[in-house]
Design a protein around this ligand. Structure first.
Ligand code: TXA
Ligand code: MG
Length: 328
């Protein structure tokens, strides 16, 4: 992770308002380095239930528990394996969620009734300041309504929830821009359940072994693994650059034009936005770009297909789901 930017740390009054809301059992908008979360006291069942109600999320989709740096994992997980210690030492605070066997007393509401719990120590200075001041753990899914695009700014969270979530801590635009890598360490062998900024080679280098994927029968329920997810409302199609050019050329003059999400440069005459052809910068801008283009009310969004290869895996994972769920 890049060094924390002090300008993203909230002022004392904003922190106090967030703390007061959390202590009153409310859900708040929480900046993290991946995406914004909808956070509430992880030990308060009514507050956790409020998160599900606000998001419209089915009860069997578990939430990630966010911890302050140096918080004891044993409060939440039992039988913490050496692999978890190694990954935590290498990547926490940071965009990694570990799935571990849950400790006694961890609510079914958090875990979707599973015997495992998802844990993450975020790197964002505002999230850390809040977690330290709160002195507990915060359950937080991404702060979007179920199935929609995750928010990467405080304004996105306000767009999603309006007055229903009165306190949104503003920590600037999320640095990573897509959700954390999820690694399941609760089974016989580690598995990646959701790709993210921390890629397979980095994980394998720390663990000293190959890591499998989560798409196997009996894998735990992960809402990010549903196909229709992270989706704009406008129908979305991904095309290789040459096919995109042809699709635009075929477009009848006078008809409402599609919006384009291009790589590096918007083709001449096209309407839309371009993102850098570099995986981290692309991921950082992706969700904000999809929100902007979605709001333009075009008949279709056309996406220039990014390169393939390990460094682009997490981006392709999100784009595939966005295409599968769009226009719904
Ligand atoms: O980057 C992130 O992870 C963001 C920020 C806010 O931390 N959070 C996030 O939360 O993306 P959410 O709820 O949108 O996605 C978390 C994913 C869900 O797909 C959930 O099913 C999965 O983590 N998850 C949580 N606990 C789990 C468990 N015990 N077993 C399997 N999957 C779990
Ligand atoms: Mg989510």
């Amino acid at each position: 992770m890049p060094a924390a930017d002090p300008s993203t740390a909230p002022d004392a009054a904003a922190l106090d308002a967030a703390l007061a809301a959390l202590r009153a059992g409310q859900a708040i908008g929480l900046p993290t380095e991946t995406v914004y979360g909808l956070a509430a006291d992880a030990r308060d069942e009514a507050a956790v239930a409020r998160i599900f109600a606000l998001k419209g999320r089915p009860a069997d989709h578990p939430l990630i528990v966010h911890l302050a740096p140096d918080a004891p994992l044993e409060d939440w997980a039992r039988d913490v394996p050496p692999a978890a210690r190694a990954l935590a030492a290498a990547f926490w605070p940071g965009p990694l969620t570990l799935i571990l066997p849950r400790a006694r007393g961890v609510s079914d509401l958090l875990t979707g009734g599973q015997d495992t719990v998802g844990l993450r120590i975020p790197a964002h200075p505002a999230a850390q300041a809040l977690l330290r001041a709160f002195g507990g753990a915060l359950a937080a899914p991404s702060a979007n309504r179920f199935g929609r695009i995750s928010p990467t700014t405080a304004a996105h969270v306000r767009e999603e929830f309006g007055d229903a979530v009165p306190v949104v801590l503003d920590g600037g635009a999320s640095e990573v821009g897509i959700e954390s890598t999820i690694v399941d360490l609760s089974g016989d062998a580690p598995r990646i359940l959701r790709p993210g900024a921390i890629g397979r080679p980095a994980l394998e280098a720390v663990l000293g072994e190959a890591i499998g994927d989560g798409r196997t029968p009996g894998a735990p329920r992960v809402s990010g693994s549903l196909d229709a997810h992270y989706a704009p409302r406008t129908p979305l199609r991904m095309l290789p650059a040459d096919a995109l050019g042809r699709a635009l050329a075929r477009h009848p003059a006078g008809a409402a034009a599609p919006q384009v999400l291009a790589l590096d440069l918007l083709p001449p005459g096209a309407q839309g936005l371009a993102l850098p052809a570099e995986p981290r910068a692309y991921a950082r801008g992706l969700y904000a770009a999809l929100r902007t283009l979605d709001a333009r009310g075009a008949p279709e969004l056309l996406l220039a297909e990014p390169p393939r290869g390990e460094a682009w895996d997490a981006v392709h994972d999100r784009l595939r789901r966005a295409c599968a769920g769009s226009g719904a």
